[in-house]
Design a protein around this ligand. Structure first.
Ligand code: FAD
Ligand code: SF4
Length: 444
C-alpha cells in the first residue's frame, strides 16, 4: 500500500484496519489478514457482502482512479479463512458468573453477544422471530445475502456458549421485568421497526403494502416456511415502489423474481449526479447515483416525484398513483424545499404498491413501555454511553441510532458491549473503534 495518509479506516464505522489487511492479502498471508480484520469486525462475512462500503468513498486511490475494492477483499479474507479452517469457536477460558440478556438478534445484538461472551459473561439472546438474524434474515433478500452465511456464524456462536432463544418476544411472551431482574445487565437491540406511512387520499385501497411485509414474506418463503394466509405476490402485476433507497431496491429485485409485468420506482428527492459535486469532495461519502443489480435486472426509475393520491376501482383495488413532478430549490435560510411543476400532473398505473420510505423509530408498546425506557425526540431509545435511563439496561443498533446500516449495527453492538463489560466489571479490555486493538489469538 502506498496511500500516504489513509482515510479508509476512519470512514469505516468499525475502524477496520484496511491498509494493513490489504497488505497481508497482497502477500497472500490470509492468517494475518483475518487476524487483523477480526480485531475490529465480528462478522466480515456480512459486511463483505452487503456493506455500502463508506470506506471506499475515502480511498486515497479514489482521488483520481477507481478505488480499491475493500468490501470484496474483506469478503475474500473471511471466506479464505473459513476455507482454511482458521475460524473456529473461541470458547472463553474463564466465566465471570455475570448473566447478560440481549433482546434482538440482528447484527447489533449478535455483535454485542459475541463480545460479551468473549469477555466471559453468560449471554442469552432473545428473538421474537423463529430464526436468528434480524433484518439480515428477514429484511435483506437471499439474492443479496444467502442465509447459510448467517447459519454458519450461528453455529460458531452457539459452540462458543451463547444461548439463543427464538419465538421469545420480550414484553409479550417473555416477562420484560423478570428478564431485567434475572440478569446482571440487559441490552436492547430491537431495531427500528415502525415504517413511514404515506397518508394521502386513497391510502386505504387494497394492494398497498409496507415493503417489509412483502420482503419478510418472501424471505420466509425462500426459507421453506408455510405459505401465509394472505400471500403478497407481484407476479404478472404492474408494480410501483415508492422510495428510492435500499429497501425499495430490494422490492424491485423481489418483484422481478416474482415475474412482475413491469416495475416502476419513484423517489421524492432529485436524481443524484453521476460523479461528485464540487460541494461533496473526497474523502466525503460520494452523494452520487447508485444503481443496484436489482435496478439492472429491470426497473423504470423516476426522481423528483410527489405522490398526491391513490386511485382505486369499484372493488377498492389500487389502480394508479396520481403524481406531480417537483423542483428542488434552496431557501434564503439555506434549507431545501420543493415546488410543484405545473402541467406535470399525471397518473402512474399500478396493481400493487410497496411503501419503502424508511422507518420512523422502534416499537414502543410492549417491551419499551413496560420497562419505562426513555426515548429521544426522534422516538429512538435515549442513552448515554449506550446506557438507557435504567442503570442495568443498555441499548444498541437501529433501536438507538435510528434506521442505519449493518456495519453501524455491528459497531454499536461492540460499543455497547464495552459499556456493559465496564459496568459489570469496573474495567474492560473489549476493543472498539477508538480503543487500542488487541490482536486475536484464536486463529489456527
Ligand atoms: C429491506 C432492507 C434492506 C437492507 N439492506 C441493507 C444493506 O444491504 N446493507 C446494510 O448495511 N444495511 C441494510 N439495511 C439496514 C440494516 O439491515 C439494519 O440497519 C440493521 O439490520 C440493524 O440492525 P439491528 O440489530 O439494530 O436491528 P434489526 O436487524 O432490525 O434486528 C432487530 C431484531 O430484534 C427483534 N426484536 C425486536 N423487538 C423484540 C422483542 N421485544 N423481543 C424479542 N426480539 C425483538 C426483531 O425481531 C429483530 O430480529 C437494510 C434494511 C432493510 C429494511
Ligand atoms: S465494514 Fe464496510 S465500511 Fe468497513 S471496511 Fe468493510 S466494506 Fe468498508
Amino acid at each position: 500500500m502506498d496511500c500516504g495518509v489513509p482515510f479508509c479506516h476512519n470512514a469505516c464505522p468499525l475502524g477496520n484496519i484496511i491498509p494493513d489487511f490489504n497488505d497481508a492479502v497482497y502477500h497472500r498471508d490470509w492468517k494475518t489478514a483475518i487476524e487483523i480484520l477480526s480485531t475490529t469486525n465480528n462478522f466480515p462475512e456480512f459486511t463483505g457482502r452487503i456493506c455500502p462500503a463508506p470506506c471506499e468513498g475515502s480511498c486515497v486511490l479514489g482521488i483520481n482512479k477507481p478505488q480499491v475494492t475493500i468490501e470484496y477483499i474483506e469478503k475474500m479474507i473471511v471466506e479464505k479463512a473459513f476455507e482454511y479452517g482458521m475460524i473456529t469457536p473461541n470458547v472463553p477460558t474463564k466465566r465471570t458468573g455475570k448473566k447478560v440478556a440481549i433482546v434482538g438478534s440482528g447484527p447489533a445484538g449478535l455483535a454485542a453477544a459475541a463480545q460479551l461472551n468473549a469477555a466471559g459473561h453468560t449471554v442469552t439472546v432473545y428473538e421474537r422471530e423463529s430464526r436468528i438474524g434480524g433484518l439480515l434474515r428477514y429484511g435483506i433478500p437471499d439474492f443479496k445475502l444467502e442465509k447459510w452465511v448467517i447459519d454458519r456464524r450461528m453455529d460458531i456462536m452457539e459452540q462458543e456458549g451463547i444461548i439463543f432463544k427464538t419465538n421469545a418476544n420480550v414484553g409479550v411472551n417473555v416477562d420484560a421485568e423478570a428478564l431485567v431482574k434475572d440478569n446482571d445487565a440487559v441490552v436492547l437491540c430491537g431495531g427500528s421497526t415502525i415504517p413511514r406511512d404515506l397518508p394521502i387520499e386513497g391510502r386505504e385501497a387494497k394492494g398497498i403494502y409496507f415493503a417489509m411485509d412483502f420482503l419478510t414474506q418472501q424471505n420466509k418463503r425462500v426459507a421453506g416456511d408455510d405459505e401465509p394466509a394472505h400471500p403478497i405476490t407481484a407476479q404478472g402485476k404492474n408494480v410501483l415502489v415508492i422510495g428510492g433507497g435500499d429497501t425499495g431496491s430490494d422490492c424491485v429485485g423481489t418483484s422481478n423474481r416474482h415475474g412482475a409485468k413491469q416495475v416502476v420506482q419513484i423517489e421524492l428527492l432529485a436524481k443524484p449526479s453521476d460523479s461528485r459535486e464540487e460541494n461533496n469532495p473526497w474523502p466525503e461519502w460520494p452523494m452520487i447515483l447508485r444503481t443496484s443489480s436489482s435496478h439492472d435486472e429491470g426497473c423504470e426509475r423516476k426522481w423528483s416525484i410527489l405522490s398526491e393520491a391513490f386511485l382505486k376501482d369499484e372493488d377498492g383495488n389500487v389502480t394508479a398513483l396520481q403524481v406531480v413532478e417537483i423542483e428542488w430549490y434552496v431557501k434564503e435560510d439555506g434549507s431545501r424545499s420543493f415546488r410543484k411543476i405545473k402541467g406535470t400532473e399525471r397518473e402512474i398505473p399500478c396493481d400493487i404498491v410497496f411503501l419503502a420510505m424508511g422507518f420512523l423509530h422502534p416499537q414502543k408498546e410492549g417491551m419499551l413501555e413496560t420497562l419505562k425506557i426513555k426515548v429521544d425526540t426522534r422516538g429512538n431509545v435515549d442513552s448515554t454511553n449506550y446506557q438507557t435511563n435504567k442503570k442495568k439496561i443498555f441499548t444498541a443498533g437501529d433501536m438507538r441510532r435510528g434506521q442505519s446500516l449493518v456495519v453501524w449495527a455491528i459497531s454499536e453492538g461492540r460499543e455497547a458491549a464495552r459499556a456493559v463489560d465496564e459496568y459489570l466489571m469496573g474495567f474492560t479490555q473489549l476493543e472498539t473503534k477508538d480503543s487500542e486493538p488487541i490482536r486475536a489469538s484464536s486463529f489456527s
